[in-house]
Design a protein around this ligand. Sequence first.
Ligand SMILES: NC(=O)c1ccc[n+]([C@@H]2O[C@H](COP(=O)([O-])OP(=O)(O)OC[C@H]3O[C@@H](n4cnc5c(N)ncnc54)[C@H](OP(=O)(O)O)[C@@H]3O)[C@@H](O)[C@H]2O)c1
Length: 310
Amino acid sequence: MAQQPSFKTVFVFLDTDKYCSPFDMLVAIDVFPNSMIFKYENVTGEDAPKIVYDLLFPRGPIGAQHTKIFINGSNFDMVNEVVAATQKCMASAPWGNSIIVDPRGAYSTAAGAVAKTLGLSLEKGFGALEGKNVTVLAGTGPVGQTAARIYASEKANVVITSRTMAKGQAVAEKINKEAGAQRVKVVEVTKPEQTALAVKDAEIILAAGAGGIQLLSAGDLKAAAKCKIVADINAIKPLGVEGLGSNDDGKELASSVFGIGALAIGKLKIKIETEMIKRATEAPQGLFDYYIAYEIGKAAILKKLAKPKA
Ligand SMILES: NC(=O)c1ccc[n+]([C@@H]2O[C@H](COP(=O)([O-])OP(=O)(O)OC[C@H]3O[C@@H](n4cnc5c(N)ncnc54)[C@H](OP(=O)(O)O)[C@@H]3O)[C@@H](O)[C@H]2O)c1
């Protein structure tokens, strides 16, 4: 009897940036230590079909199932172009394979951050995200805008801040259009003194700024009278929220105000990315993006909450 070929798992990284992030390649290698990685940089929507067709055919339909595409990059528009071109190739080919999209870790990080704030809100008796006032500080970057998109999908009332009104408006309009409702508003913050206005009504605050930038002072947090939960994703000092440590995980910072730091979010982020890669590897086809990332993060948090405390 003819022996079936056994296929090695191969991850093909299509990165729109000039260098491919080692972060995601390391996560993939940890999930599948015997896998191989091919990486392509500066990939555009025009380049993608040439690479995608060439990785679909040589191993046949079964081999293609063991060949996973990971689309990466810091520019969302470029990433989306490559995703669309890749999906178009799959639709026109006799078989396809699954695609993981986690641009510079933004999808899994944002999913982890939102899931952590949801978990803490439920644990402390503040309830679900629907109807909550959430402020995402620096909500225009890859992580911040994905978090705003996920909060909006949970029907929260979202405020994002930006140093540039037009940049913030462009992000808000896109999310509102996708949500089919006006869920996201923008507050321009060009000077630290303007932050207080952005967090005035916030029940949840997520600081999503670039590394090494403090976005929320202890004074502004104290003045945010309705705030119950504050989270930060910046692990590079100075951290995003004054008084909130990277490893804090549900720490009470003031009376009934609880904080989650960047490394606590990072732990869930890695779990989410690992699970995305595993699921994409098991599935013959499909798109594994922020939607799946949040589904995984939320399920993990709800499962943990459901466990009786020892
Ligand atoms: N914890 C984790 O597991 C994890 C994983 C991945 C990334 N991260 C962290 O997540 C954060 C966000 O990542 P990202 O790629 O989305 O960030 P990013 O694009 O570098 O920056 C996010 C936003 O920060 C604002 N910003 C930049 N410089 C600023 C300044 N000097 N003052 C005030 N605001 C400023 C910008 O908003 P405006 O121009 O609109 O003002 C920008 O859109 C980073 O700190 C990154 O290190 C964490």
